[in-house]
Design a protein around this ligand. Structure first.
Ligand SMILES: *Cc1c(COP(=O)(O)O)cnc(C)c1O
Length: 363
């Protein structure tokens, strides 16, 4: 299959990767230049892999503006394991943690935290079927909480926090799986940022954790070694064998970010891409956005057809037209276009054109 025959991939994750990254990985898979072995074959303790890891971390720090006050970890187990690791490390005895409930993923995070200690739900929009995120004045925050946790982008509902709430001096811990590095971000606002790489940064099997170093002091020495942030940080993610291939690909994606002009350029492009789809959704009323206007996600665009009985035909025909993965999540229904950092503008244009044509023939 040639490059031009690739589909436009609207999958919610694992998701589209930059074409130059796939082509470089393909070209070098048999043998890394100057190394004589495949990246799949080398030791995680080798000089070559050490360079790959160091460069990935350095590029992440420079692209995202992450200072040395933070440790950068490349772990495994997905965001789902972070639902457990975060409270195991930071929810120290006798304290409670504040969680904001904005959908299925925050629900799962809460369920795991409750296995560890006391959890308060500091705000939720469940009564509105998670069509928006809470406003600042709707949050009931405990100033003595161990941390505040929220989901920055709710992949399933297509909602996103337009800005981080003010949580005072309590560390803010976020699941950013579906909007990692989607726009310039002030990392100094966060205590912990985590997410699976497979939506915005790379392949599945690598989990990024960025944690303020002073918080590492909370990790008890009685924790299981592999689940201890402080151990992972001391060992630079090399306590055991990490996902070497995944980190290699993630490093290529970060280099692609740099070549594209960094987060400012990526963020601006993400804004344009989302605006184009929302404009089409709002144009006539034939389509209807799921998320409230002030909580609309730039990465997962959820929508329905006014006549829901046409949704199956929409999916079938869009798939046939080379637009793959537009079926909505079962808990919301309808359609969902996931357009992460590597999703091309040409794919957005193709979706908008398809939506117009579908409306013209069925509307
Ligand atoms: C996809 C997703 C997850 C689950 O990630 P895994 O890496 O599969 O564990 C968690 N949170 C959010 C917001 C997601 O989008």
């Amino acid at each position: 299959m040639s490059v031009s025959q690739r589909l436009f991939n609207f999958s919610s994750g694992p998701a589209v990767l930059p074409e130059p990254v796939l082509l470089e990985a393909q070209r070098d898979l048999f043998m890394l230049p100057g190394v004589g072995m495949s990246v799949l074959e080398i030791s995680h303790r080798s000089k070559t892999f050490d360079r790959i890891l160091q460069e990935a971390e350095a590029d992440l720090r420079s692209v995202a503006g992450i200072s040395d006050d933070y440790a950068v970890l490349f772990l495994q187990g997905g965001a789902s394991l972070q639902f457990s690791m975060l409270p195991m490390n930071l929810l120290t005895q006798g304290r409670s943690a504040d969680y904001v409930l904005t959908g299925v993923w925050s629900q799962k995070a809460i369920a795991e935290a409750r296995r560890v200690g006391e959890v308060r739900v500091a705000g939720t929009t469940e009564g509105e079927r998670f069509t928006r995120v809470p406003r600042q004045q709707e949050l009931d925050l405990d100033a003595s909480a161990a941390y505040v946790h929220l989901t920055t982008n709710n992949t399933i509902y297509g909602t996103q926090w337009p800005a981080m709430p003010d949580v005072g001096d309590v560390p803010l811990a976020v699941d950013a799986s579906s909007d990692l590095l989607g726009a310039p971000t002030d990392f100094s606002r966060f205590g912990v940022v985590y997410g699976g790489a497979q939506k915005n940064l790379g392949p599945s099997g690598v989990t990024l954790v960025v944690i303020r170093r002073d918080l590492l002091a909370r990790s008890a020495s009685t924790l299981h070694t592999m689940l201890n942030y402080a151990v992972q940080a001391e060992n630079r993610s090399l306590y055991n064998t990490p996902n070497t291939f995944g980190i290699y690909i993630l490093g290529l994606v970060l280099r692609w970010f740099k070549a594209e002009g960094g987060l400012a350029a990526i963020g601006e492009r993400n804004g344009h891409k989302a605006a184009a789809v929302y404009a089409e959704i709002d144009r006539t009323g034939f389509y209807r956005g799921h998320a409230a206007a002030d909580s609309r996600s730039r990465h997962n665009i959820t929508f329905r057809l006014r006549d829901e009985s046409l949704e199956d035909a929409f999916v079938q025909e869009s798939t046939a037209a080379g637009l793959d993965g537009l079926t909505g999540h079962r808990s919301v229904g309808g359609l969902r276009a996931s357009i992460y950092n590597a999703f091309p503008e040409a794919g957005v244009a193709a979706l908008v054109q398809f939506m117009r044509e579908f409306e013209r023939t069925r509307g």
